[in-house]
Design a protein around this ligand. Sequence first.
Ligand code: NAD
Length: 397
Amino acid sequence: MAEAVINPRIRGFICLTAHPTGCAANVKRQIDIATKGGPGKGIGNALVIGSSAGYGLSSLITLAWGHGAKVLGACFERPGKDAKAGSGGFYNLAEVHRAAKASGKTIETINGDAFAQTGKDAVIAALKARFGKLDCIVYSVATPKRTDPVTGVTYTSTLKPIGPAYNSKTVDLDTEVIKPITIAPAEETDIEATIKVMGGDDWLLWMQALKDADLLAPNCRAVAYSYIGPALTHAIYRAGTIGRAKDHLEATAKTITEKVLKPLGGSAYVSVNKALVTQASSAIPVVPLYISLLYKVMKDKNCHEGTIEQMVRLWKDHLAPGKTPKLDDVGRIRVDDWEMRADVQEATAKLWEQVTSENLMNLSDYPSFKREFRQLFGFEVPGIDYAAAVEVEAALG
Ligand code: NAD
């Protein structure tokens, strides 16, 4: 065991350290919201792949505290060792495990590469030994790299436009200056690699492996997360390399329903979620500036939500047992409905035209973007004494 004073070490959209007590406070807040937002029962066993941060963490908390599920989570996080801090996701789950134990809930975590066969084998062994058949599977992995378990080839995803170069503006997260940005168009290999990493290949492999292991319960529901977003990010997001991967993920939901879940009376869904501050979204050029303006508009209109509010609403309105999910004309659940409201989009687009380095702090909610980014790693959380030394090592037990 080792204690240390932990300070943020931030480079652009990367934070190299994380604070265990701050992460724990974030998780406690989410547990509180999920507990109030659900019936506390109704779902049996759930698996969340990508369970330690962002939408996956909020899904796990919603399932366990909002709907009484026993949850096995899979993630890829770094534990703290000696005086070196672990990752935010690891500390998030340390608190999830502590709180679960304190309230008699069953939550287990497999920490390793979920893309690898060894990761899937470890999850399947744990499910067989201590859980049983799954009623719900959430797929919420976000990462820039994936090694194909069959060929051994490692793919790197890109965030590039397809067709002409993309010209826009973005906020430099180190200098807080708004700058023009030009992103060169993708090659065919960029598109293929991004689909390999962020498309539906791995989700389908998971579902087939779970089926082969006889771990899917009757009426089982699976869900993965997608994004569409506004016209102003269209060329870099939905019509770019990542958008192709999302098209593939959305098509995979249909394949999973047909090949894997239909015979059991179940279905696979894609939920299109709102743009929010997470490690994954902070890495996308242009998106932090868009989020800062969107937050301002949605808070002014009293319709802002965070990941936990989104996930509570997803299960309450669509995925809880007995609910029939409401789908758009191509079969997706839309909890981005408030982000995409015409009045919200019009107001955000207007601010987008006006925003400059000089008015960034007033015209947009950049201060919240900045604070929430730090809070992902447990920093700038109210009530935490950051001058005090804290225990760096934590357990997921
Ligand atoms: P995140 O960065 O907060 O979390 C990613 C999760 O993936 C973490 O739990 C991490 O441990 C896990 N992970 C990464 N590599 C892994 C591996 N090899 N094995 C096991 N686990 C691994 O991401 P997020 O923003 O919550 O994104 C989750 C999903 O939601 C993505 O599909 C994303 O496109 C989608 N989404 C995000 C937003 C947004 O604004 N953040 C909006 C809509 C949809």
